[in-house]
Ligand binder design. Structure first.
Ligand SMILES: Nc1ncnc2c1ncn2[C@@H]1O[C@H](COP(=O)(O)OP(=O)(O)OP(=O)(O)O)[C@@H](O)[C@H]1O
Length: 912
């Protein structure tokens, strides 16, 4: 059955079939097409079923309701089911990608069900038979490869969490690039590992959720979690799948995997195969990460530092948005990965920094490299599409242009390295990986036209001169076209009708077209022997001729054969590309690495950043450090310039207690030091005059609190959960940034918690730490904690107002200036005045009596006459009060009462 007849098919359906969505199927009375629909749908209960009917993908029942709402498209009805209308909506096949993208973004999964036979075949089985259909692909957030569905500048990881023998592991793949690795994890660091990867889809066996720590860590990822039956997480099965995929007898050559790794890998590969219906993407052999290879940064810290997104979820305003100068999608993805996973090995960091330095010192090499990179298409993703049989001619062109860019850059580097000196290791490696793919690029260069269509089935992408047979078919086709054009003149002469035209449309094909007034002539002998009447319209009458039909036949035959041949050539070129997929993927990766190095060099030069010294010490010494995002914002606003600040957390002075008013720049200072540590360890220059960073193994930041309604946690609870994580996990190599611990509860409770937290940090965790607080009482800790020092944000008082200098200075702040800041924020003057009274009372009264004293000594409203109260001058009763006194409500009629109310209202307006 084809698309045209779908409406009638649904209307026929007035039987008793079930919707098929998770309910037992009762198909009696359903139309054959509905039976087919429901059977297929029953196999994919958790997906929206895109059911192909002609030029549309149709959705029915609950799927239709969900999709119509998510896509904001019209929900219609077709036919009846169990006496009720069947909801339906549809999307055109030619624009399905756009709709898929929107559904994927909303975390839906889609099963794409195609017609898998020619409708003519179905008809042979009888007029009522249904065209065979089958699901050809599941589109899920983690398995997409189309450019239109993907963000070019972000990786799209699919992750499976495996558990075996009490060990946990994450199998991670980016199907759009072929990246594949295993990352052993622990329940306690699962949250940090997932936050680092920020997957698009997460596969877990539901029984893992019984573990409370795991369930908590997975909570934030619930919208992208796909439950997968526990039997797919099997290490033996995983081993077999890995061996089969990479065609090896043993996995020892890759790494030494434990059972949790293999269970996770098995589930991941099963899922990829299942969603791609047996067609596996190109994947690199798996690497196994070491748990301590990268700086551990938990989700809360990432959020608070706004590394790749701001707290409100936008990319703009994040650290990444400020440092990203890459010019390719693959480069941008790599930069983001590096920013998300700073290294902990000083040598690896130094090696990245060497490449950046090399390119800072050689601006012309950098500029020409970036120019070549700009012309390089996304080879990683083109390759992934080709390997899944989803590629098109533009992907072949992309591979060619990418390899040409690789070649150009390689030549450039070769010239430099031969002429001047040794390249840094990173660049030598990149140069090696860029490889040399002359033959393939030359072949693709000859084969593909400059602007090919998106789909191979459209044809016309193989260049003239590449294949003699193809040229022959095309000549034949063009020749026939020329003959047809010639025929038009012949027919005009033959009939004497100068307006006779030969036209083409999809229904009649090539035909002769004359106006109605000339039609009779062609329909009478002798011309009627040549011209066969086909169609009469209001203004035109159409004819066919044998000769025209013959030529048209030749054209379409030649075109068909040309297309078949083009498809064949496309397949063989794709095969040639895929036979080199590993070296091509390496070249693509090398381009990305060079893009990142050049981009970081560009950034360092433009922003005047310095190369940090990164080693295994416990130093954290920053001179004239800046916060790149705040600095950028200030530059834009042009109001003030950023004030640079030093920070030196050496072992004798590793805990800084920072006091100072709100708005003075404490949070900025805290964050900038955390960001400098991250930037340094990712292999970037840093916003400072000098920086010496001893490797930070874990970074904890609790700056700025917000409540977490989804978890049902109040602001204070969130703060305490995050503080607990820090105090339980931080160690001597960690860097801890804590801002205003305890402020979310009663003063003394908060102070006590902050006090105990500082002691714990100093004595137990022994981490390098910056601790900002409003509790001046904490400064007393200086007496007992020898590695603690006191710092404050400098302010100046000017005519009763406070001026922020944004300078970090030795010593504790003398006071908080909270009231001055509140005044700046525009609190009403009466509140400010009252607050000053309360403050001076508190400051002069004995501690124990403070609260009671407040009530007795400063009764509310006693001292500050407020605007709008009813008191008259000198405390005399106001006119309104006098009037109110006169009233005896019992004696008033309703009308009098109302009048009185109006009078009082008028009086109240007159009161100043
Ligand atoms: N070093 C600096 N140089 C210039 N301006 C700065 C600097 N640090 C902070 N600022 C400006 O001051 C504003 C407030 O800074 P920040 O939020 O760090 O203050 P805070 O002391 O943490 O305040 P609160 O305690 O209210 O959170 C920033 O948005 C920025 O505009």
């Amino acid at each position: 059955m084809d698309g045209q007849s779908k409406a009638s098919a649904m209307n026929e359906d007035n039987g008793t079939a079930n919707s098929g969505a998770g309910e037992p199927l009762d198909l009696s009375g359903a139309t054959p097409m509905m039976v087919q629909y429901m059977e297929i749908k029953a196999a994919y209960p958790d997906c929206l079923l895109f059911y192909r009917m002609g030029d549309f993908y149709e959705l029915f029942f609950r799927d239709a309701e969900q999709a119509a709402e998510a896509l904001d498209i019209t929900l219609t009805k077709r036919g009846k089911h169990l006496g009720e209308d069947i909801p339906m909506c549809g999307v055109p096949v030619h624009s399905a990608e756009m709709y898929l993208a929107r559904l994927i973004r909303k975390s839906f999964k889609v099963a794409v069900c195609e017609q898998v036979e020619d409708p003519a075949e179905a008809k042979k089985r009888g007029s009522k038979s249904v065209v065979k259909r089958d699901v050809v692909r599941l589109v899920t957030p983690g398995t997409i490869t189309e450019d239109g569905l993907l963000d070019a500048r972000r990786a799209n990881y699919i992750v499976a969490l495996g558990r075996a023998q009490n060990a946990l592991s994450l199998a991670v793949a980016d199907m759009s690039t072929g990246e594949f690795f295993l990352a052993p994890t622990k329940a306690g660091r699962l949250d940090a590992d997932l936050a680092r990867l920020s997957p698009g889809e997460l596969l877990i066996a539901p029984d893992l959720m019984k573990d409370e720590t795991i369930a908590t860590a997975l909570f934030d990822w619930r919208s992208i979690t796909s439950p997968l039956d526990a039997r797919h997480f099997d290490s033996t099965d995983g081993t077999a799948r890995l061996k089969a995929l990479f065609d090896v007898a043993t996995l020892d050559g890759f790494a030494s995997f434990d059972r949790a790794d293999l269970a996770a890998a098995g589930a991941l590969l099963y899922y990829l195969e299942d969603t791609q219906k047996g067609q596996l993407p190109h994947l690199f052999p798996p690497r196994r990460l070491n748990a301590g290879e990268t700086m551990m940064i938990d989700a809360a810290t990432r959020r608070s530092l706004e590394l790749t997104r701001t707290q409100t979820g936008e990319a703009d305003g994040s650290l990444l948005s400020v440092i990203d100068r890459t010019v390719t999608g693959a480069g941008a993805r790599l930069l983001m990965k590096r920013l998300s996973a700073p290294l902990t090995n000083p040598d690896a960091v130094a090696s990245r920094l060497d490449a950046v330095e090399h390119l800072i010192e050689r601006p012309s090499l950098r500029h020409s490299m970036r120019a070549a990179l700009r012309a390089a298409p996304d080879m990683e993703r083109a390759l992934a599409r080709l390997s899944l049989g989803r590629g098109g001619p533009r992907d072949l062109l992309g591979i060619r242009e990418g390899l040409e860019a690789a070649h150009a850059i390689r030549q450039e580097l070769l010239t430099v390295s031969e002429a001047i000196e040794r390249l840094p290791d990173e660049m030598t490696e990149a140069m090696r990986d860029l490889g040399s793919h002359h033959e393939l690029t030359a072949e693709l260069g000859r084969a593909i036209v400059a602007e090919p269509p998106l789909l191979a089935r459209d044809g016309g992408f193989i260049a003239a001169g590449y294949d003699a047979k193809l040229d022959e078919f095309r000549t034949l086709r063009d020749e026939s076209r020329r003959l047809i054009a010639g025929l038009e003149g012949d027919y005009q002469t033959l009939t004497g009708i100068s307006g006779l035209k030969i036209r083409h449309n999809n229904v009649l094909g090539f035909h002769v077209d004359v106006t109605a007034k000339h039609a009779d002539k062609l329909m009478t002998a002798p011309l009627s022997d040549t011209f066969i009447h086909r169609q009469t319209l209001a203004n035109a009458v159409r004819f066919s001729t044998t000769e025209l039909a013959k030529l048209a036949g030749r054209i379409s035959e030649a075109a068909d054969r040309a297309l078949a041949l083009e498809t064949e050539i496309f397949e063989s070129l794709t095969k040639a590309v895929l036979s080199l997929s590993d070296p091509i993927a390496l070249a693509a990766d090398a381009l990305a690495r060079l893009d990142v190095a050049a981009a970081l060099a560009e950034l360092a030069e433009a922003e005047n950043w310095c190369r940090p010294t990164v080693d295994d010490s416990l130093a954290f010494h920053i001179e004239a450090g800046r916060h790149p995002v705040v600095e950028r914002a200030l530059k834009k606003s042009r109001e003030t310039t950023f004030v640079a600040n030093d920070c030196d957390l050496n072992p004798d002075d590793r805990l800084w207690l920072i006091t100072g008013p709100n708005m003075a720049g404490k949070s900025t200072f805290l964050r900038q030091n955390a960001l400098i540590a991250i930037l340094a360890q990712m292999g970037s220059y840093v916003p400072a005059a000098r920086a010496h960073v001893g490797i930070v193994d874990r970074l904890f930041s609790r700056v700025g609190a917000s409540d977490d309604l989804a978890h049902g946690r109040s602001t204070f609870m969130v703060e305490m959960v995050e503080t607990a994580a820090i105090l339980n996990q931080a160690g001597p190599k960690s860097l801890v940034i804590l801002d205003e611990i305890g402020r979310g509860t009663a003063t003394y409770d908060g102070l006590s918690i902050a006090w105990a937290a500082v002691e714990n940090l100093h004595n137990i965790n022994q981490s390098r730490a910056l601790f900002a607080t409003h509790y001046h009482e904490l400064t007393a800790l200086k007496e007992t904690l020898e590695s603690l020092s006191l710092w404050s944000m400098k302010v100046r008082e000017w005519k009763g107002d406070v001026v922020f200098l944004h300078e970090v200075a030795k010593g504790a702040a003398d006071r908080s200036y909270g009231i001055q800041v509140a005044k700046l924020a525009g609190l009403p003057p009466r509140v400010i005045a009252r607050a000053r009274q309360v403050l001076s009372h508190l400051e002069t009264t004995d501690k124990g009596d403070k609260a009671r004293g407040l009530v007795t000594d400063l009764p509310l409203f006693q001292s500050i006459p407020e605007r709008g109260t009813s008191a008259g001058p000198h405390g005399a009763p106001s006119e309104m009060e006098a009037k109110l006194k006169e009233i005896n409500p019992d004696l008033l009629t309703p009308r009098e009462a109302l009048d009185l109310l109006y009078a009082l209202k008028d009086l109240s307006k007159e009161t100043p």
